[in-house]
Write a protein that binds this ligand. Structure first.
Ligand SMILES: O=P(O)(O)OC[C@H]1O[C@H](O[C@H]2O[C@H](CO)[C@@H](O)[C@H](O)[C@H]2O)[C@H](O)[C@@H](O)[C@@H]1O
Length: 363
């Protein structure tokens, strides 16, 4: 196995496999590639060399799920939790202040799916959202433009959510669709809203998906998902003793695909095209499509639980508009401003938003 083909960016800087840059650094990158200077690389990377740094990978995999934070007493200490909550207060407790901050601007809602609208479960095919949550999101969409922003492909997430009136940004924002015909309440958006910035990658992703299936089939508990524009390798049900083997299997497939990057979610590897597009870009695209590209009369609220949601939190922080809410029971490094503990608290927050909207005088 070639070990010099790829470098792995440490998880704190979003783990990603990127093509090795020559010393001259004049390697021509295909359109859409992220250009990263060698200096920046050297500052951030963990070079996997002949499997030497596999342990670092396994550590990162271990930390990729909140359940494991229980076994890290220093991180999860009550003191740290208290100080984190001071910095990221509960969005429920701060509800009145949040609404006051919205100052009559148009609220636009962005909701991640797994871990936000549905609880995290072992089997990704059984991550159902409750009927109560569905009813709440339906009411929410009557009050505000509402989008689901997810790592899953649109078809899969739609099968869970089943609400035609929503915007959907699937495959980490690489597949964007507006509400189904007849459901759009926002005149400024074309009904046929559709954006797929990584459509050229679909055949490659399918190929990689098949290879990953084949390569990992000897690892019990692994699950590989095809999301059309990206693919996922789940290790939640893989014995920890097999994790290093799994890293090598995934790497051995990806070394042939330098135009793909690898990121980690909650007990999952996400393999995505190396284009400058993520949930944050999808959020910006949707705001623009809704007519708020150059307007400051908008108050976007993004709720998510995963590392991939950080791109969207950061966009909101940088724009100075609206804010992010991180769904987590544990302290995490985040660009979100507020927190909620679990999907049940998310539902309470959404319900309060609906009640608040219904109490506003209609103009
Ligand atoms: O962006 P999201 O909507 O949060 O999707 C991210 C990934 O979610 C799913 O995996 C996660 O949820 C599963 C079901 O609870 C859980 O088993 C898994 O460990 C989590 O990582 C989905 O299956 C992935 O494909 C998404 O990329």
């Amino acid at each position: 196995m070639s070990s010099s083909q790829n470098v792995v960016v440490s998880e704190t800087t979003r783990s990603s496999i990127i093509p090795k840059m020559n010393d001259s650094s004049s390697q021509k990158l295909p359109p859409g590639f992220i250009s990263i200077s060698k200096k920046k690389l050297l500052n951030n990377i963990d070079i996997i060399n002949g499997g030497q740094r596999i342990n670092a990978w396994v550590e990162s995999m271990r930390a990729s799920s909140p359940t494991h934070l229980k076994s890290l007493p220093s991180l999860a200490s009550q003191q740290q939790l208290n100080s984190w909550i001071m910095q990221h207060p509960s969005a429920l407790e701060m509800f009145e202040q949040i609404m006051e901050a919205s100052g009559g601007k148009q609220i636009v809602m962005f909701l991640d799916y797994d871990g936000t609208l549905s609880p995290i479960v072992d089997d990704p095919d059984r991550a159902f959202m409750s009927s109560k949550m569905r009813r709440t999101v339906k009411k929410l969409a009557k009050c505000f433009p509402t989008a689901i922003v997810t790592g899953r492909c649109i078809d899969k997430v739609y099968n869970f959510v089943k609400l035609a009136e929503l915007y959907y940004a699937g495959s980490h924002g690489m597949d964007i669709k507006g509400p189904a015909k007849g459901f759009s309440r926002h005149k400024r958006v074309k009904q046929s809203l559709l954006y797929q910035p990584a459509s050229d990658y679909v055949p490659m992703i399918d190929e990689v998906y098949r290879q990953l299936l084949e390569k990992t089939k000897s690892t019990p508990g692994v699950k590989v998902e095809n999301h059309k524009f990206c693919t996922s390798v789940h290790f939640r049900c893989v014995d920890e003793k097999k994790w290093s083997e799994l890293v090598l299997q995934v790497r051995s497939v990806l070394k042939e695909y330098p135009t793909l990057k690898l990121t980690q979610g909650r007990k999952v590897f996400e393999i995505r095209p190396m284009i400058e597009w993520d949930k944050g870009k999808a959020l910006e695209f949707l705001l623009e499509s809704l007519g708020f590209g150059n307007s400051n009369n908008v108050f976007p609220i993004y709720i998510g639980d995963d590392r991939t949601d950080e791109d969207a939190f950061k966009v909101l922080r940088d724009r100075g508009e609206g804010f992010g809410i991180l769904v987590s029971k544990f302290p995490k490094d985040t660009d979100a401003s507020y927190s909620l503990q679990n999907p049940s608290e998310v539902m309470d927050f959404l319900r309060r938003l609906v009640e608040w909207k219904q109490m506003q005088p209609s103009i």
